[in-house]
Design a protein around this ligand. Sequence first.
Ligand SMILES: [Ca+2]
Ligand SMILES: [Ca+2]
Ligand SMILES: [Ca+2]
Length: 430
Amino acid sequence: MKPSTRFAVGNITSGCSAIVCDTSANICRAIADECAPPAELTSTCPFLPKDQDTCLTENFCSEAGTCVQCTCDADCGSDSSPSLKCHLPTSTCKPLDYCSVPSDCHQPSQSCDTQNNTCAPACSEATATADCGADFFCHPEDNVCRSKSELPCSNDAFYPNRSAATAATLTLPALNQTRLEADLSVCDSDSDWFQLSLQAGERVAITMSSPSASMSATYSIISPDGLSVLADGVLNPGASRLLSFTANRTRGYFLRVTPAENSEGFYSLSIALSQGQICADPFEASAHNDTPASATLLFNESTSTAPSECLLETSPPIAFIRCAADQLTLCIGDVDYYKVTLDQPSDLEFTIKDYAGELNLLVYGPFTESEAFDSTNLAGGQDLNPGFVKKVQLITPDSATFFIKVSRSLGSASHYSYTLQTRILPDTTP
Ligand SMILES: [Ca+2]
Ligand SMILES: [Ca+2]
Ligand SMILES: [Ca+2]
């Protein structure tokens, strides 16, 4: 469609061609022959009379002889608060924030988002983060903020932090503060690894967000061995869950961000640090029993010893040890190892109960006194069946040492009670 005439200040006839002043563009235009302009105007804005002549419905013939929808805003509705304006380059009625070029908008505070044909607050590439926030970038041509999900995936400033060994340091906020780590990305199925140092009792709450609606990932706090997941959060288009973790020990931890299969893109992490509750574990006050080497000696048959916090009853051939739930605690990120040494063929029964959630009980052995611990030497365990009593029964034909491990990978801290019963088997030697 040809440009419209907003209103004519006078027709000039020169030879065979007639021209008219287009005051919206301050240029003279030839009168077109699309339709016959009104012989005389009674009003220029709104344009009256609106002769339809050969024009389509809702269009009228302008002074320039072209079919138009409007020549000024008043042609687009007579409401006191109009929702439409006349877009002069096309002489059509459009929403008030419609634009096709920056000059359609209130400059310099606004510019035109040409993808959406909408006026939007203007931004500058130099101050993009302040102008647009973490999930948007300043489009270099439109000078408006657009979602980073439009950009191809590219590595962030921490790259290549793809493993525990190359983990980047994650800066934590001060206590009771929140900090945003923006402009992060995972591309090509990489995971991002970060290292964070927490004081005992500090609680970190991390929320992952992405400008890409389809982005899906799991983010987890990993123990210093780089293996055990202590807490995790999920970013998912359907259901997201934040990560919350309270450190029970002052030490370094890992944060790993793992995108779901085929998922990649930009993301940011909002990190809040607060004072959590230290998990009281009096049984480990003097020494941690987090590894086989530091296992608590639960029972030594030859010396008839058990921890002072536990009850030991011996009535040969039976020995019974019970550690009450107010003594034993499995804190978040905690693993409790116990050691039992027998010097005669016996049957044994290990039981844990009185706990909340789900605990795992695994028994390793038998080992000889001098033998090194081997996690593949599994004697029995109950780590798969949900239930509130976990029991493992064994018979050992000779003197032996067993390691018992109580653990959990997820959930909150829990007390638990422990019983061990051993019975020396009757001597069947002829
Ligand atoms: Ca990355
Ligand atoms: Ca413990
Ligand atoms: Ca422990």
